[in-house]
Ligand binder design. Structure first.
Ligand code: HEC
Length: 146
C-alpha cells in the first residue's frame, strides 16, 4: 500500500481511498435489496430522494442546481458515476444509513425506514439523465409537503 503515502493527494492516493472504502470501511456488502425495482418503486424512491437527499445531490442525483456541490470538501460526487455505482446495493444502503464521516454526508438511520432507504437504492440504480428533472425548488413547501 505504498501508494497511499504519496503526497500531495494524487491519483494513486485517491485510488487507495476508493479501494479502502469499497473493501473495508463501508459495510453492508452482499446485503441484497428485498425491494424489487418496478416502475412504481423507482417513483417512490425518487420521492424519498427528493425529500431527503435533493438539497445536496439535486433531483437527479447529479448535482443539478446545487450551487455548493463543488465547493464542499470533498466535493459532492455524481451518484451516477462509476465510483458510486460500483458499490453493491447493501453498501449503498449502509452509506445512506451511516453517512460518510467526516464529510457533509449525513446519516439517515432513525430518520428513514429500511424500506424507504431500499427504495432510494432502487432510484440510485435508475437515475434519469443529468438535468432532465430541472433544479430543486429548495426549501419550498411544495417539495417537502409530499
Ligand atoms: C447535507 C448534504 C447531503 C445530503 C442531505 C445527502 N448527501 Fe450524500 N453526500 C454528500 C457529500 C458531501 C458526499 C461526499 C462524501 C465523501 O466523498 O466523503 C456525499 C456522498 C454520497 C454518496 C457516495 C458515498 C461514497 O462513499 O462514495 C452516496 C451514495 C450518497 N451521498 C447518497 C445520498 C443519499 C441517498 C442521500 C439521501 C438519503 C444523501 N446522500 C443525502 C452530501 C449529502
Amino acid at each position: 500500500m505504498q501508494g497511499c503515502r504519496v503526497a500531495p493527494a494524487g491519483k494513486l492516493e485517491t485510488t487507495c481511498i476508493q479501494w479502502a472504502k469499497h473493501h473495508i470501511t463501508v459495510g453492508g456488502r452482499g446485503n441484497a435489496n428485498p425491494v424489487h425495482s418496478t416502475a412504481e418503486i423507482v417513483e417512490q424512491g425518487k420521492k424519498n430522494f427528493a425529500a431527503y437527499c435533493m438539497v445536496c445531490h439535486g433531483r437527479d442525483g447529479q448535482n443539478t442546481g446545487v450551487p455548493f456541490a463543488q465547493s464542499m470538501s470533498p466535493a459532492i460526487p455524481l451518484l451516477s458515476s462509476g465510483a458510486v455505482q460500483s458499490y453493491d446495493d447493501g453498501q449503498l444502503k449502509w452509506i445512506i444509513e451511516n453517512g460518510v464521516r467526516p464529510s457533509g454526508m449525513p446519516a439517515s438511520k432513525g430518520i428513514l425506514s429500511d424500506r424507504e432507504i431500499w427504495t432510494i437504492v432502487v432510484y440510485l440504480r435508475h437515475l434519469p439523465p443529468a438535468g432532465s428533472l430541472g433544479e430543486p425548488r429548495t426549501y419550498s413547501e411544495e417539495e417537502y409537503g409530499k
